[in-house]
Ligand binder design. Sequence first.
Ligand code: CS2
Ligand code: MG
Length: 416
Amino acid sequence: MKIEKADVIVTSPDRNFVTLRLQTDDGLTGLGDGTLNGRELAVVSYLRDHVVPLLIGRDASRIEDTWQFLYRGGYWRRGPVTMAAIAAVDVALWDIKGKAAGMPLYQLLGGACRTGLLAYGHASGADIAELTESIRRHLEEGYRAIRVQSGVPGLHSVYGVASSANARTGSQAGTDTRYDYEPARRNDVPVQETWDTGAYLRHLPSVFEAVRAEFGAGLPLLHDAHHRLTPIQAARLGKSLEPYDLFWLEDCTPAENQEALRLVRQHTTIPLAIGEVFNTIWDYQVIVREQLIDYVRSAVTHAGGVTHLRKILDYAAQYQIKSGMHGPTDVSPVGMAAALHLGLAIHNFGIQEYMPHSERTSQVFRQSCTFEGGLLHPGERPGIGVDLDLDESGKYPYQRAYLPYNRLSDGTIHDW
Ligand code: CS2
Ligand code: MG
């Protein structure tokens, strides 16, 4: 089973995706996701110029060996571009192995540990009334856990709050208006937003107070602070949200300073989720060993594929830390499918982020996953269960798109 052909496919059905498609001499194909939002073409070049030439002729069944070859053999280790490229190869090889075995990937990983994966959806509102409406819509669509992001008085736009009112409150999952929620105003040049940490810290507890009053004590609620706080600010936010019993507080500080979380932990019992921008087990070394987090946020796509993320999650399992894999629409349907297979097979699954892709995206990537009763399932097709329609993908050329960035009122650039 030798790799005979390797193509890197860039398509932009509403947003950019980078997909590696491997083909073996016995006619099997495998797909892997290497999408890195806003830096997509760096992964394309890494794959096309430096990885694809090494893959041709390799034995497609040697997944671990290929992973080690690309990671150790490349000399330059880690980093989002390298690890997204390795992830694309890794997932494509797992897809091929599943097809060769005639089994869905989760069976190769040990079989299902549960019937489906609890997913959280993204509710948001410029104010409490809009937010309430958005949460209600998500509950109607079947979500059993909800991320809550809110506008802040005095700030024009806030990360995580959909840019159009229609996208915030209207429509069914999977339609274009719903899809528009997350992108946080992507543009061909980065849009500048204004940020005020004090206003945010003063406002947020009242948002959760209102949401709990409306929806009761039992609904799992999550919140993403998107790396904007200092350790002591994060500690204050955690304490002030404790009465509202959050499922997690995500990315409270810029977590490349892993030690910052010691300080946060000293002050609050709020569960912490970290790691969507991490890409190797080394990024988790301190925070897992010292039990400074409760959920690992890495996506298969950004953390070296199924092979490496499984190792991170097995390490985390020793400390009762669970998975909370990143799943915004910038993880492609291929990356999401891989995440669902892994989530089904590991014991320490926690929750899965879920933001349905647009109709156009779903026409390019034919998916077999289902979302029923609040639970995701990857389906039973051999491999990861996603097909790429090459004719459709060819209709949507790459479009440069950047995330926005923040400045404080005095002009200082702030953390994302
Ligand atoms: C976010 C992401 O889903 C999340 O938790 O933090 O939407 C993030 O903004 C994007 O993935 C950035 O590419
Ligand atoms: Mg996040």
